[in-house]
Structure formats: structure tokens, C-alpha cells
Design a protein around this ligand. Structure first.
Ligand SMILES: NC(=O)c1ccc[n+]([C@@H]2O[C@H](COP(=O)([O-])OP(=O)(O)OC[C@H]3O[C@@H](n4cnc5c(N)ncnc54)[C@H](OP(=O)(O)O)[C@@H]3O)[C@@H](O)[C@H]2O)c1
Length: 246
């Protein structure tokens, strides 16, 4: 079995690559600028299982042509891809009243339009195999989050996109689900999460801690595996029991 994961050069994406490798899957993963991080992921994957095929591709998910070309190349390299994980994303936080067009466009293009381009590029492959798994990574911001109107809109947009795919392609053996992440300490949250939000999390999350990237990766792998085959069109939180963002 082979999986395609966007944004495997660090954080949750890297942990997801390593989880699939641990479980014996071949992995195609992408990065956009951080080649060093991508090479480190390859090294860590080889340390787990040097016999598996793990390949990295440079991809700016905002670019529809790049998505088509890279998907074609990955299918060529692996013969068959069984699952796609839309993990790559960016944040550009600001209050709605002062948010620039660029901040809005960059986040929507990366977090919502990009996953659509990528999924569209995989659909014919999945349809002809009568099998495919689509897993999109969202955030508690999907229900609204102050200072993140662009990010929240992109992450709630993924829900409508995913539920539509679940209905449109379920009969072709393709499932689509959303994994909604709470708080995991990665470069994204280190660089863009306010101290007050970190404190809010520790105070209100029933488990009183952030999650780990591995805890997200475990569910992503389950949804892609045979055991996850009857789960379709769901939005599943991995958030230690905290169901909302402030
Ligand atoms: N961390 C959290 O607490 C948290 C909470 C809720 C939801 N999430 C979601 O979980 C996912 C992973 O988050 P993370 O914290 O692991 O993020 P991260 O550490 O910032 O990693 C982001 C990844 O996305 C890639 N990327 C960025 N822009 C891209 C583009 N235009 N085209 C292709 N790839 C691009 C980056 O590649 P380079 O390394 O090459 O730049 C990197 O691999 C995201 O969907 C995020 O929204 C995270």
C-alpha cells in the first residue's frame, strides 16, 4: 500500500510519513521550501525501514499544474497510490478588520484550493482502482477562531469539500474524512500561536496538555487502513476533549 502526504518535511506531516512507514506503507511526500527537513524525514524513514519506497517531491500546492504533474509522477513511481493526506497548510493571522487581500488569498489558496487541486488530480486514479482514501487535516478553528478568519474559513471549507467527496465517490469505493486537530506543538504553533492561547489550552483542555504529532498520525493511518474502510464523510476531532477555540 502507498500513501501520498503533503507537507512531510516537519511537524504532523513528518510524523504521518513515519507512522505509515512503521506500518509498512510506501510513502510519497512533499515539501515546498524546506529541503533539509524533507531529507531529514527520508533519513528517519530509512532508519525505520530501509526496504520501503519513500520518495519526496517539491510541490507548491497552490499551483494546479504542479499538483497534476507531481501526482502523475508519484503514480508513475509507485504504480498505485491508495490514500492521499492533505496536511500542508499555512497561517497568516490578523483581525478581520485589517486583514490584507494577500493574507486572505495565501491561506485560502494553500489550505483549501490546493487540497482541491490535489484531490482532483488523484480522482481518476482512485476511480479506476475502485479504491481510494482521502484524509484532510482541519483544525478546531473550523468552528471559528478569533484572529484567524482566513484560516478558519479554509479549514471549515475542507469540511464541505470532504463531505461532498464522500457522497459523490462513495459508490466508487473512495472514502473521504476530516481529521480535526486540536493543539500540537510544531513550528506552526511555535511561530504563530499567542501565549494567551497556549494558556487557554492548558486551562480548558480536559487532558491538560497539547497533543503529539504521533497521536494525530495514528488516526490518519487508521482512516487509510482497511479497518477504517466504512468511515466516510466524518469529521473526527483529536483534541484531548477540547471542542472549541476562543
Ligand atoms: N500544530 C497544530 O497545533 C495544529 C492545530 C490544528 C490544525 N493543524 C493542521 O495540521 C497540519 C499540519 O500542521 P503543522 O503544525 O505540522 O504545520 P507546520 O509544522 O507549519 O508544517 C507545514 C507543512 O506544510 C508545508 N507547506 C506550507 N506551504 C505549502 C505550500 N504552499 N505547498 C505545499 N506545502 C506547503 C510545509 O513545507 P516546508 O517545510 O517545505 O515549508 C510543511 O511541511 C496543517 O493542516 C494544520 O493546519 C495543526
Amino acid at each position: 500500500m502507498n500513501v501520498f502526504i503533503t507537507g512531510g518535511s516537519r511537524g504532523i506531516g513528518r510524523a504521518t510519513v513515519l507512522k505509515f512507514v512503521e506500518k509498512g506503507w510506501g510513502c510519497a511526500f512533499t515539501y515546498v521550501g524546506n529541503e533539509k527537513g524533507a531529507q531529514e524525514t527520508i533519513k528517519l524513514a530509512k532508519d525505520i525501514n530501509a526496504d520501503l519506497s519513500v520518495k519526496v517531491y517539491k510541490l507548491d500546492i497552490k499551483d494546479a499544474d504542479q499538483c497534476e504533474n507531481i501526482v502523475e509522477k508519484a503514480i508513475d513511481d509507485f504504480d498505485e497510490i491508495h490514500a492521499v493526506v492533505n496536511n500542508a497548510a499555512v497561517v497568516k493571522n490578523n483581525a478581520a478588520v485589517v486583514m490584507s487581500n494577500e493574507e486572505w488569498d495565501e491561506v485560502i489558496a494553500t489550505n483549501l484550493t490546493g487540497p482541491f487541486y490535489l484531490i482532483r488530480s488523484f480522482l481518476m486514479h482512485f476511480i479506476s482502482n475502485r479504491k481510494g482514501r482521502i484524509i484532510n487535516i482541519s483544525s478546531l478553528a473550523q468552528d471559528g477562531c478569533s484572529g484567524q478568519i482566513n484560516y478558519a474559513a479554509s479549514k471549515s471549507g475542507l469540511i464541505g469539500l470532504t463531505k461532498t467527496l464522500a457522497k459523490e465517490y462513495g459508490a466508487k469505493g473512495i472514502t473521504a474524512n476530516v481529521v480535526t486537530v486540536g493543539y500540537v506543538q510544531t513550528e506552526m504553533t511555535k511561530d504563530h500561536m499567542a501565549d494567551a492561547l497556549h494558556e487557554f489550552w492548558l486551562k480548558h483542555c480536559p487532558l491538560k496538555r497539547p497533543g503529539t504529532a504521533e497521536e494525530i498520525a495514528g488516526l490518519v493511518h487508521f482512516l487509510a487502513s482497511d479497518e477504517g474502510g466504512f468511515i466516510n464523510g466524518e469529521v473526527i476531532r483529536v483534541s484531548g476533549g477540547l471542542t472549541y477555540a476562543p
